[in-house]
Design a protein around this ligand. Structure first.
Ligand code: WT7
Length: 647
């Protein structure tokens, strides 16, 4: 099955921005002469002061430093808005589709300009200035895009926290980057249900020690919320008193654009820092070529702006290209499982980009839900977030795309800023389940455990050998953690944390994380984070968390929990622990399965042997490998007997 090749459709190849020859030539140029290549392509955005330096990067473990276009200056919001006014003032910049199908709104570039300027002035009025960190905790409403672009306009650094994170998680992120301002909404609306965003901000602020940020509140539902005098202001009231003109700040290419927290294998989430020039060049270029975006097309990425996909491929990439980007407030299954396809027909969507987990859940609803819609406007489909299993790929291709539309399976990460390994619709023959080939300027390699580069068809760990403009620059406030996390495992290379296979055609097949990170419905979760939430519960003595294969989510969260002396292992307590983790981190971290166990398999030096726990969670324990180094080999039998994931 996965050896089937789907050649580039003739009609796509004919009109594509990049065909097979162009891909080959441009890729070669990009690796033979990165400076020359990026000097040319950096000009795709507007610079206030043009750069004279292009690439200045070092992967040397003792001196990791990444700078692109460093002497150029620009403003990202001017690139996403102002520069399109001459040609596209009346064109839709954002099509907003509400949670309720009766609600939608079209925002032209002219309107976007006014909204972003006004929002920028409200931020300034609240005291924000260049370099300040502003936390955005917003639902998928146009104001989320306005707020991002407004931060960029005044040179403030936004840090978006996904609305599904708990007050504790939010507080941790506000504190880590020292945000002076939080922008939120009264409530969010998803699948007909309200999300208490402002109440969560209130609870987060209560947990902050030291400083109290100001809070700007956008009215979304009109729900009943508390406003704190002197701290909280309504956006719509503040906006009445400001002008709709705000001069964009001249920023250096290497000034920070945003921080986005993401989970790693250890410790607290890291503040991934992206800067302005290189990020925008890379986001806009990948958006144009990976989706073969042609002027006037309607493009829809179903992500939330709380994730990097929303940053690069709902807001910055598309808007820098003067595209029409659709922003969806709701969920795939509300009011029913036909919603995505209805929205595609309603707004004549040409390019559709979603996650395998959504595809798998919609597959379950039956073909009828898809085939009763037209989807004639569709031209290109995309997938992101986790490996797409060939069954889901085939369904997406046959049923959703009517066998006409190429699927771009895009591999990338929060850290990479933009897509690194991907087909191009007009250039790459497809194999279901493979992310295929590197984008321009990207040099992937497969290494063994010692870091030896493997040639030809092979399997191992995925590294990138040299920098690209969209790469993260540092972990906010902790450059050493940046170096240790990404450049210490294999010296001189960027380590992705993913395993992969490369076939005889040079195609990459991402096999998933090889570290203690799990991917639940395309959302990244550190096992260490869930463990520390569990052990914070007074009845829990110890916890170990691993991923296991889950039909819909890709991976589910499996928690082994040892209780305090005298505590009863009841079903009630399991429920209590799930609720506890949801409260500590957020619903995306809810354990799917909890197994109470009197002990965990540890080496004599006390290290938990996760390999064993993973196998038992997978319900495949025939070959547990060597257990002779365990301090107490007896615990394994008990773990197997009481496993929670039986076939
Ligand atoms: C991890 C990054 C990049 C935006 C969404 C996730 C996995 C992502 C693919 C893909 C196989 C994929 C990797 C990666 N991943 N895209 N097309 N095929 N795996 O961003 O939260 O930073 O997660 O998602 O494991 O390391 P993220």
């Amino acid at each position: 099955m996965s050896d089937t090749v789907f050649p580039v459709p003739a009609d796509i190849a004919e009109n594509a921005l990049i065909d097979k020859d162009a891909y080959r030539d441009l890729y070669q140029q990009s690796v033979d002469d990165p400076d020359g290549f990026w000097a040319r392509h950096g000009k795709r955005i507007d610079w206030i002061r043009p750069y004279t330096k292009v690439k200045n990067t070092s992967y040397d473990y003792h001196n990791v430093s990444i700078k692109w276009f460093e002497d150029g200056t620009l403003n990202v919001s001017a690139n996403c808005v102002d520069r399109h006014l001459e040609k596209r003032a009346g064109q839709a910049a954002i099509i907003w589709e509400g949670d309720d199908p009766s609600e939608h709104k079209v925002i032209t570039y002219q309107e976007l300009y006014a909204e972003v300027n006004r929002f920028a002035n409200v931020l300034r009025e609240a005291g924000a200035k260049k370099g300040d960190r502003i936390t955005l905790y917003l639902p998928m409403i146009p104001e989320a895009a306005y707020a991002m672009l407004a931060c960029a306009r005044i040179g403030a650094i936004h840090s978006i926290v996904f609305g599904g994170f708990s007050p504790d998680s939010l507080a941790g992120r506000i504190e880590d980057c020292g945000s002076t301002l939080v922008v939120t909404a009264d409530e969010g609306l998803r699948g007909g249900r309200k999300v208490p965003l402002k109440a969560n901000v209130d609870a987060a602020c209560d947990r902050l020690s030291g400083h109290e940020p100001k809070v700007i509140v956008v009215k979304r539902t009109g729900g009943d919320i508390k406003m704190k005098d002197g701290r909280d202001v309504w956006y719509h009231e503040a906006a009445e008193n400001v002008s709709d003109r705000c001069e964009p700040e001249e920023m250096s290419a290497e000034d920070p654009l945003f921080i986005l927290y993401t989970s790693g294998s250890t410790g607290k989430p890291k503040g991934v820092l992206h800067t302005s020039g290189g990020y925008l060049v890379y986001a806009s270029m990948t958006h144009q070529y990976v989706f073969d975006y042609h002027d006037g097309e309607v493009y829809w990425c179903t992500a939330d702006v709380g994730w990097v996909t929303g940053h690069s491929y709902i807001v910055y990439g598309p808007l820098a290209n003067g595209a029409t980007t659709l922003m969806f407030e709701g969920i795939p299954t509300y009011p029913d499982a036909s919603r995505f396809w209805q929205v595609i027909d309603k707004h004549k969507v040409n390019i559709f980009y979603t996650a395998p987990t959504a595809i798998r859940s919609l597959m379950g609803a039956g073909e009828e839900m898809v085939t009763k819609t037209s989807r004639k406007s569709l031209r290109v489909l995309g997938s992101v977030g986790e490996p797409i299993n060939p069954e889901a790929w085939m369904w997406y291709y046959n049923v959703v795309g009517d066998k006409r539309c190429p699927i771009v399976d895009t591999w990338w990460q929060t850290e990479t800023g933009g897509i690194l390994i991907t087909p191009l619709p007009g250039a790459t023959d497809l194999k279901p389940g493979s992310a295929t080939l590197p984008f321009f300027g990207v040099q992937p390699a497969v290494v063994d455990a010692e870091g030896n580069i493997l040639e030809g068809a092979t399997e191992g760990n995925l590294v990138i050998l040299d920098s690209w403009p969209g790469q993260m620059r540092t972990v906010y406030g902790d450059h050493d953690r940046f170096v240790q996390t990404y450049f210490a495992t294999y010296k001189g290379m960027y380590f992705s944390g993913d395993g992969c296979r490369r076939d005889a055609d040079g195609y990459y097949w991402i096999t998933g994380r090889v570290d203690d990170v799990i991917n639940v419905s395309g959302h990244r979760m550190g096992t260490a984070e869930v463990e520390s939430a569990l052990v914070a519960h007074p009845k829990v003595a110890e916890a170990a968390v691993v991923g296991y294969p889950h039909d819909l989510k890709g991976q589910g969260i499996y928690a082994y929990v040892t209780l305090m002396e005298g505590e009863e292992p009841t079903d009630e307590l399991k429920k209590e622990l799930v609720t506890w983790v949801r409260k500590e981190i957020g619903p995306i971290a809810s354990p799917d399965l909890i197994q109470f166990s009197p002990g965990l398999p540890k080496t004599r030096s006390g290290k938990i042997m996760r390999r064993i726990l993973r196998k038992i969670a997978e319900d495949s324990f025939d070959n547990l490998g060597d257990t002779s180094t365990l301090a107490d080999p007896g615990v394994v039998g008990d773990l197997i007997d009481n496993r929670q994931n039986r076939a």
